[in-house]
Design a protein around this ligand. Structure first.
Ligand code: MN
Length: 321
């Protein structure tokens, strides 16, 4: 360690110092010339939350807690692997900052989000989108121009009918997304909330959704739930923090019991990445204002995002040889 260093910059190794970009990646301000393999984008939007707002601070909190992974890699002692070391040192990850929210104009904000996603995709870069609430997944997936499968990790269906013109909410996102022509399939994993409506579940099933309940995950094992997915095809993944068990996520307004434990979600993400070609993912619904003092929910979010990106990056590097 250098002792003559004056400023904790991009090589800072203390979680509380430095400017919080995701994993201390470099900021890119020119959307039309992104020089990276992975682009992190924040969407500080929570106007789609019908109960307690505050998830607009999710992206910022996840970035902050990502700084706690010092040492230039994500190390997993379980398999003695370092993830993302080359990606971090070669600046393969960049941080685009946040969508410029237009308050009370969800239509405008979500159009901006779709436009930015299109720009990222056009350059062959994999987007990593940090919410915000779960509204954001529909405008993100709308920005993809090729057929893909969507996997949603969530305690809830988010499949409500559009009522009173409320298009962009976190409970309608997957009904809208499922109607997109290029969405080849929707898998809804970990759904268990007893606040969901039977009619919405029926609609999703009738539209071809594959709902994978916790009972099925525990019976088969989290790594054995993807038999219905066609090998190697493009897949977009969205992780709602409330997929995790209520006991793990005090900073989430919609937490539910009987959810994923960390090792289960880890296995599910790893095996999904092994089987499919992941073309992008988002992470949503941490509400730092509700969290406990240590902000464990934001930390779990940063860990989940960094870990999943690590799996994706490892597979890409192995392919390249
Ligand atoms: Mn959700």
């Amino acid at each position: 360690m250098k002792s003559d260093r004056l400023i904790a910059g991009s090589d800072a190794n203390r979680g509380y110092s430095g400017i919080p970009t995701f994993l201390r990646s470099k900021i890119c301000e020119n959307l039309d010339a992104i020089n990276a393999s992975y682009a992190v984008l924040g969407v500080p939007y929570d106007e789609g939350s019908p109960f307690v707002g505050g998830s607009r601070f999710c992206a910022r909190a996840v970035r902050e807690h990502s700084l706690r992974f010092g040492g230039g890699a994500i190390y997993d002692i379980e398999n003695n692997k370092e993830y993302l070391r080359d990606a971090i040192s070669s600046n393969a990850i960049t941080d685009l900052g946040d969508i410029d929210i237009t308050p009370s104009r969800a239509d405008v904000t979500m159009d901006k989000l779709t436009t930015v996603i299109q720009k990222i995709i056009y350059q062959g870069i994999l987007p990593i989108v940090l919410g915000g609430d779960h509204t954001i997944t529909y405008p993100v997936v709308r920005g993809f121009n090729k057929p893909l499968h969507v996997v949603q990790f969530d305690a809830h269906m988010d499949y409500s009918k559009i009522e009173e013109g409320m298009t962009y909410t976190n409970s309608t996102s997957f009904r809208l997304l499922h109607e997109l022509d290029h969405v080849k399939s929707l898998s809804q994993v970990g759904v268990r909330s007893m606040r969901d409506q039977k009619s919405d579940v029926n609609d999703a099933l009738n539209n071809g959704s594959r709902i994978i309940k916790m009972s099925e995950i525990r019976e088969k094992g989290a790594e054995n739930i993807w038999k219905h997915m066609p090998n190697g095809e493009d897949c977009y993944v969205t992780v709602d923090i409330d997929a995790y068990d209520m006991s793990l996520v005090p900073g989430c307004v919609s937490a539910e019991p009987n959810g994923f434990y960390f090792d289960e979600l880890k296995k599910a993400l790893k095996s999904l990445n092994d089987k499919m070609n992941i073309v992008g993912f988002d992470f949503v619904e941490v509400n730092p204002k509700l969290d406990v003092g240590t902000n464990v929910t934001s930390y779990l979010g940063a860990l989940t995002v960094a870990m999943f990106l690590g799996f994706i990056d490892e597979k890409k590097r192995l392919k390249l040889g």
